[in-house]
Each structure stands twice: as C-alpha cells, then as structure tokens.
Design a protein around this ligand. Structure first.
Ligand SMILES: [Zn+2]
Length: 454
C-alpha cells in the first residue's frame, strides 16, 4: 500500500473557497499529491489524516482554485500599448495584422513566457490561447507550446487562422493546425483547439476546410463571435445570416468556446446552449475598443457557462487576471445601473469553475477530491486583505498581484511566496526587448510605438 503521507502537501487558509460542492470552509485545508487533490476539509481534520505532511499557508491565507484565463492571444505579447483609440476592425488592420505577418516561433515562445509570468503572478493556472499570425510556413504558433511547457501552465492552444486579409493557400493553414495538434498530442497539461480567428476573416474555402477538420477529428473550436456590431452587419451582407448562424450551419458551434458573444439575438443564446458552447467575456478589451457590453446575465440565466478572459496584450493591455475579475462586475453594475447585476462571488465563479466549463474542462476550476491540483494562495499580509469580512468581495475588489503568494499547477509549484520558480523573469524581460523592437520595426508600427527602428 502506498505511503499516503510521503508526497503530500497541505495548503491551509483561513478561507478555502472551493467553488465546488463543499462550499466555503473556514480554517480549511487542501491536501495535494502527485498532481491530484487528495482531500479538502477543515484544517484540523486534514492535518490529522496527513500528520507528516508539510503545511503551506496559515489562518490568514485565502485559498482558491487557480484562475482560468479563458481567452487571450499570446501573439500580441510584444505589442501592448498600441491603438487604444481604434475600433476593432481598424485596430486589426493597422496593428495586429501587420504584426502577424512577422511573428516568429521565437517571438511566440518568449512572448508566452513574458505573459505567463504576468498571469501566474495574478493566480492564473489555465490559459486558453489563440495565436493569430499570417507568417505562413513559420509555424509560429508552436512557440506558444514551447513557452507554456517551460512555464508549467495548463493550457489550450489554437491557431486563429484567417486568410481574407492576407491570402495564402488553405493547405498552409491546415498544415499549421495539424502541426500544433501533433505538438501537444500526449501532453499532460496542454490540449489543442481548432482556431477560427473570425468568421468574416476566413474565406469560404477556409471555412469549409475548418468544418471538415472539426468533423474528421472531433476537435472543439475556439472562435470570436458577435464581438462588434459591424460583424453582425458583415455576416448578413456576406452570408445572409449572422456569423453565429453560419458557424452553426458549418458545425463549428458544437462544444465551442466563443469569445465575446456581445451582439446576440435571443435565439442565438438558445443556440449556444443547445450546442453546449461556452462563452468567454473579456470586459477590459471590450471597453478599450468600445465594442459593447456582453449580456452576461442573460447568458448565465440561459445556462450558457460564461468564463472570463483578459483577451490579448494589444487590447487589454495587460494579462492581469485580477483586473479582469474586478472589472467584469463593475461593467455590468454600471451598464445596468444595478449593483446586483453581477456579484463578486459570480465573478470568482466565472474565473474558476464556470470558466473551466466554458472551455470544456471538467477536472479543474474547483477544489474537490480527484480534481487536478491547480490552486492559488493569497497570503493576507498586506493592507487589502488584512481584515477579511467577505473573501469574495475582497479578492475581487481589493487584491492585486502583490497579494498572490503561491500558485500550483498539477501539483507543481510555479510561484513560491511571490517568487517565480519556472520563469527567469529578468532574462525573459531582457530577451523580449530586442524581439519587440524587431517586430515593431518589421511590421512598421513606429507610428504607434516609441521604439526606434533597430
Ligand atoms: Zn480575442
């Protein structure tokens, strides 16, 4: 019989917010071993069951499942700080498109590590990425896998194929989907999704190829849908139906993760539910680009799971998940002129258990026996969490990266009392500088950047 205390670690908190069936536990603990959650309960009881195990945390700590960043673009890691005054389509034409023609696998890897550091420091353990580029033949999207593996994050990776603005043979896009899928095959922490950048960004031939791949391989889709009003009009003009309706007609909506879903009609909400799709709400990006306000309440009341995402570094512009978790309820409250529109508890659920469901993941997002050991510990030593009256409100409205002490993914510690264990942050920041300069130079983005040509 296995020695149950040998590799066990106990993580203790004055508040353990399980986001699962056990609810909230005062002076609780989670025991983990071998990447799995072994036990969750009152600290005294967990301690007595594993008397020899080391304990991390104390009665001032708050323990939660690690956050799920449900939608981002690590392809934008090197180009923050551009285009806050542009609408989505102009921003795509002037910034993301030109950058996408020059992204390399090395830029993807270093950019991923750079943003992984930011995410881990704000409690993220799972990230759903869509790498968008048109530097065909470079297989740049595979660099995300290289970076996520080095960082130790859990993730879903996709290549956000689009050929309308930068035409290339359909075969080149299909090749990169296959290369990315093969790269993560057998990975314990990473899985593949079929990326569809946007419906209007794919030619009819590429859309048909995407639909064929989904049908052949059973791949789930990661797609932007109904992000801006122009997309609804563009869909009607090109397809004679909305982009959501066309995605469904092609079989792309089944079990899909849909970023944004802002401009929805009632029957489209029903369609998302019927297809088992999840939505990821990206409030900061929606506000920066002036895209609109997601009908979070209507979607959740219709039992469509809604997660939270930062969106990419060129439209957020940070990857600070705690900011997103704070702004999500604030946006709903002010939009509806109703302080009950979305609670702090709802926001935490969307960033954890509901966000995992929106991605089709079932073994992360809540602290329950048998789930993967993805956790975050807030230490409670700084003023914001010094006196905890409501851990949900204070995680959402008071906490910052400075309050995040420890992060575990699959039982492996990535952050130890504020110190990154898997990423040499100084070296990554240094390496990113010359790559960002090269990218700005090659993409001709000097009008939006103070980086001089190299
Ligand atoms: Zn996006």
């Amino acid at each position: 019989m296995r020695d149950r205390t040998a590799a066990v670690t106990i993580i203790r908190g004055g508040h353990v917010l399980t986001m699962g069936g056990l609810g909230d536990i005062r002076d609780g603990a989670v025991a983990i071993a071998g990447g799995t959650i072994l036990d969750v309960g009152a600290y005294d009881q967990v301690r007595s069951r594993y008397p020899g195990a080391p304990v991390v945390g104390d009665e001032r700590s708050i323990i939660l499942p690690g956050f799920v960043n449900g939608h981002t673009h690590l392809s934008e890691a090197l180009i923050p700080g551009m285009g806050e005054d542009l609408t989505l389509q102009v921003w795509g034409d002037r910034i993301v498109g030109p950058a996408g023609r020059h992204l390399t696998r090395e830029m993807a890897e270093i950019g991923t590590l750079l943003k992984a550091a930011e995410m881990i420091r704000t409690g993220v353990t799972t990230v759903n990425d869509m790498f968008v580029h048109t530097n065909m033949g470079s297989l740049a999207s595979l660099g995300v896998v290289d970076g996520l593996e080095r960082a130790g994050l859990r993730g879903l990776v996709s290549f956000g194929a689009e050929d309308v603005w930068d035409p290339h043979p359909v075969a080149a896009f299909v090749e990169e989907h296959h290369a990315l899928a093969e790269r993560v095959a057998g990975s314990a922490l990473l899985a593949f999704r079929l990326g569809v950048g946007t419906m209007l960004g794919q030619s009819d031939r590429l859309l048909e190829a995407s639909a064929r791949l989904v049908a052949e391989h059973g791949w789930r889709v990661h797609v932007h849908l109904a992000e801006v009003r122009e997309e609804v009009v563009g869909g009607m003009l090109r397809f004679g139906e909305t982009t959501i309706e066309r995605a469904d007609r092609l079989g792309l909506l089944q079990g899909a993760t849909v970023a944004h879903a802002i401009w929805l009609r009632e029957h489209e909400i029903d369609l998302l539910r019927e297809r088992g799709a999840g939505v990821v709400h990206n409030p900061v990006a929606n506000m920066i680009l002036g895209s609109g306000v997601c009908r979070v309440g209507a979607l959740r009341r219709a039992h469509v799971p809604v997660g939270l995402g930062t969106d990419g570094a060129a439209s957020n512009d940070s990857q600070d998940m705690l900011q997103t978790i704070k702004i999500a309820p604030l946006l709903q409250k002010v939009h509806h002129l109703d302080p009950t529109a979305l609670s702090a508890r709802d926001a935490v659920a969307m960033a954890t258990v509901e966000g995992a469901r929106a991605l089709g993941l079932t073994d992360v997002g809540s602290l329950e026996r048998g789930n993967r050991a993805d956790l975050v510990r807030f230490h409670g030593r700084l003023p914001g969490l010094a006196n905890v009256h409501d851990p949900y409100q204070q995680i959402v409205y008071c906490a910052s990266a400075l309050d995040v002490a420890d992060v575990w993914v699959d039982g492996r510690r990535l952050l130890d009392d504020g110190r990154l264990l898997t990423i040499d942050e100084e070296a990554v920041v240094h390496a990113s500088r010359s790559l960002a300069r090269t990218l700005v130079d090659r993409a001709g983005l000097h009008a939006y950047s103070c980086l001089a040509p190299s």
